[in-house]
Ligand binder design. Structure first.
Ligand SMILES: [Zn+2]
Length: 302
């Protein structure tokens, strides 16, 4: 079984400042450093994956995007400013993903097929996002977490990679994030905070368990292997806000030191490929051909 290796390329520092401190700023070069560390780690193990990148990262660090592509990885889109889909109108969502895709395609010179929403924010309330993506020509999405989560999730969503027939007549491939059933509950276990905070054996167990039925989708962020404790500028916050963001920041930094060894163990045990390849072999399609049927549908839907 070959699994999907997926990286959401964003800068912790500017997203943290935007979401938690309400301060706008460009991505810092930490995203470059950390992504390059991942690239050399993946290269060491001969693993290839999909890097879903933010438009603002591609805009500010085009050389990094070229490095990812020339190392043999697939590029996808992770929004422009990491705004969750529910914070956007359909028009703004479309503009963000299309602007990001234009920047990435201009840099690498090959079509971008895939999308992952910031914070897995394709949910029942934002299912219109799939229509927007299909209409904009994206071939696959990998944003749905089929769980009932506090911040995200689409309970009862199918667990396998499948083609969704959308109400407007369009179609898109959805590759939902991996879950494992424990005592009748579907839990996420193949990446992100779960990789960071759980012992490494938990993720390896979850990947094996998922792998009995289908490819697992491992996801992570470059900043998870960064070990620098970035100073926080709390100047314009109330004392209560400052305490809350400091607490959140500490939780985010916790166990980062454990991520690289855990990742090495995963790369040594499992075989990984870009999401594009995983989707194509799971469904027996070519994503480029899938676009043809979709644009026919689009024309008939107008
Ligand atoms: Zn993200």
């Amino acid at each position: 079984m070959i699994h999907a290796l997926t990286i959401d390329v964003e800068d912790y520092h500017n997203i943290f400042a935007r979401d938690r401190l309400k301060r706008e700023g460009p991505p810092t070069d930490a995203v470059v450093r950390n992504t390059q560390r991942l690239l050399s780690l993946f290269d060491e193990f001969g693993a290839r994956g999909t890097f879903f990148v933010l438009g603002e990262v591609a805009r500010d660090y085009p050389k990094l995007i070229r490095e990812i592509a020339s190392a043999g990885h697939e590029l996808g889109i992770h929004g422009f400013y990491h705004r969750q889909v529910f914070k956007l109108t359909p028009e703004d969502f479309r503009r963000e993903v299309c602007d990001a895709r234009t920047i990435v395609e201009d840099i690498v010179g090959v079509p971008v097929h895939g999308h992952r929403a910031p914070a897995f924010s394709i949910m029942p309330a934002t299912r219109w996002g799939l229509e927007v993506l299909a209409d904009a020509g994206f071939r696959y999405d990998s944003s749905v977490f089929p769980i009932s989560g506090r911040r995200y999730g689409w309970p009862d969503f199918r667990s396998d990679i499948h083609i969704m027939e959308l109400p407007g007549g369009r179609r898109i491939v959805e590759a939902p994030l991996s879950t494992v059933s424990v005592l009748g509950r579907r839990l996420p276990a193949c990446g992100g905070g779960y990789l960071r905070h759980f012992p490494g054996g938990v993720t390896r167990w979850a990947m094996r368990k998922v792998g009995h039925e289908r490819p697992a989708i491992l996801y992570m962020h470059p900043y998870e292997i960064e070990q620098d404790d970035a100073p926080l500028d709390l100047a314009r916050l109330s004392p209560a806000e400052a305490r809350a963001v400091t607490r959140f920041h500490r939780l985010q930094l916790r166990n980062r030191r454990t991520v690289e060894p855990k990742l090495r163990a995963l790369l040594a045990e499992f075989r990984f490929a870009p999401m594009r390849d995983i989707v194509e072999s799971a469904l027996g399609i070519r994503l480029a051909d899938f676009a043809g049927s979709e644009s026919n549908l689009r024309r008939s839907a107008v």
